[in-house]
Design a protein around this ligand. Structure first.
Ligand code: BGC
Length: 416
């Protein structure tokens, strides 16, 4: 054979292989709302891992912190009969989707990876619908954090707050020194995030469970809830006038660059500090929100799997297994600010905030201080959560009294 013929033959074979590969191309489409700097870095690791396994990653990213926009997009796709392979859905919503009959059974990946043995019960229970795995957890986020810029404290002559008095003292000093005391974005889910940390800090874990998880009417309208709203009203006075509509990561950026001193936010905020090259304990502090040191509000991100065509099932299971692998759980969570959901991941590379989170989750799971985050869809069904969130947002954006707020809250808790 002449050289030209050999080249031609080789090219033909290569084209044939490429064509075959295309037909058999394995692909996963994943809907998520991880679009900030730290979040995008985290999800890129999963994409890399899937592509290394020969599975194409089709990104279905819908911007908007807290995921409200993403959930709207998801509903439209499912109604149109074209659900993605997986979507970032969590908590009781997984059960709501399960009832619709659209979720896939991924027990095959779970039994192969021994998920029952490797996940705490509080996590595995949420991942199952009617006893079968339908979702794979990627992490555990802690919500009741206060992120602090120590440089700002120093300039203001304030010290790191450990309780509400110290918190307001620090806030006063920062404000007097001409900086913004509390970085916040006026969006309903961010308002709810602050609210739940305040409720936990003012009333403790038992109050939180009774009022916010069990929706006990007396607790929702009682003096502790009034005090919660009074505290929230005071917090409002330390937020700058441009907060309306601001994205959470822009609020975090204000703490990172020293424009503001403190932010109430879950530890996805740490992903922003890390992505900006900042070091925990030196450039920023992660403190439990005032009064919440003995409690832990958990928020578990998971990829929930939708029923797919037979030829896509294999890549869906590959995705589920990849998510639960110790390698993924380590690298994803180092970037995301959260901690691994599963056992058996080395602690070696995690910073002091993550180690505190791991230890506190362990301790609070024994003490009763481990509670689900309401603001992040872990505590109650979506209709009630939405109605309660609306009340909090209204309180944050008006002159509503605490008395009126608790009455509205109790009514919202009955929403269907
Ligand atoms: C999610 C996080 C996400 C954050 C901001 C939370 O509800 O659990 O993964 O980073 O919202 O969008």
């Amino acid at each position: 054979m002449k050289l030209k013929q050999i080249v031609q033959a080789t090219m033909a074979v290569t084209a044939l292989i490429a064509a075959t590969a295309q037909v058999q191309a394995a692909e996963v489409e994943v809907l998520h709302y991880w679009t900030s700097g730290g979040e995008a870095k985290s999800v890129a690791e999963l994409k890399k891992m899937m592509e290394a396994k020969g599975v194409t990653w089709k990104d279905f990213a819908v911007a908007g912190g807290g995921g409200e926009n993403a959930m709207t997009a998801l509903k439209a796709r499912v109604i149109a009969g074209s659900a993605p392979t997986a979507a970032q859905i969590k908590g009781p919503s997984i059960q709501e989707w399960g009832k619709e009959g659209v979720l896939a059974n991924i027990d095959a990946a779970a039994s192969e990876g021994k998920w029952d043995a490797n996940l705490p019960k509080v996590v595995s229970n949420i991942m199952k619908y009617q006893g079968h795995y339908v979702a794979a957890p990627v992490n555990v986020h802690r919500v009741n954090w206060l992120w602090v810029n120590p440089e700002v404290l120093k300039k203001a002559g304030a010290k790191a707050p450990g309780n509400w008095d110290e918190f307001f003292d620090a806030a006063d000093k920062i404000k007097k020194a001409g900086m913004i005391a509390i970085a916040h974005g006026g969006q309903p889910w961010q308002d709810a995030t602050v609210f739940e940390s305040v409720a936990l800090g003012v009333g403790g874990a038992d109050f939180y469970k009774k009022a916010i998880v069990q929706l006990d009417q007396a607790s929702l309208t009682g003096p502790t809830m009034i005090k919660t709203f009074d505290t929230l009203a005071k917090i409002k006075t330390y937020i700058d006038k441009d907060a309306a509509g601001r994205d959470w990561n822009l609020a975090t950026a204000m703490v990172i660059n020293g424009k503001a001193g403190m932010q109430f936010m879950g530890d996805w905020a740490k992903g922003e500090f890390t992505a900006a090259g900042k070091v925990a304990g030196k450039d920023f502090l992660c403190l439990a929100a005032p009064g919440t040191d003995k409690a832990f509000t958990f928020n578990i991100d998971s990829l929930t799997m939708f029923k797919v065509k037979d030829d896509q099932q294999k890549s869906q299971l590959t995705l589920a297994s990849a998510v639960m692998s110790p390698e993924f759980q380590e690298v994803f969570n180092l970037n995301k600010g959260s901690i691994p959901a599963r056992a058996g991941v080395s602690r070696a590379k995690f910073d002091s905030c993550a180690l505190k989170s791991m230890d506190d989750m362990d301790a609070t799971s024994k003490s009763g201080g481990l509670v689900p985050s309401f603001a992040h869809g872990m505590a109650i069904d979506s209709a009630k959560a939405g109605a309660i969130q609306d009340v909090i947002a209204k309180f944050m954006n008006s002159t509503m009294t605490s008395q009126a707020a608790v009455q509205a809250l109790a009514k919202a808790a009955k929403a269907k």
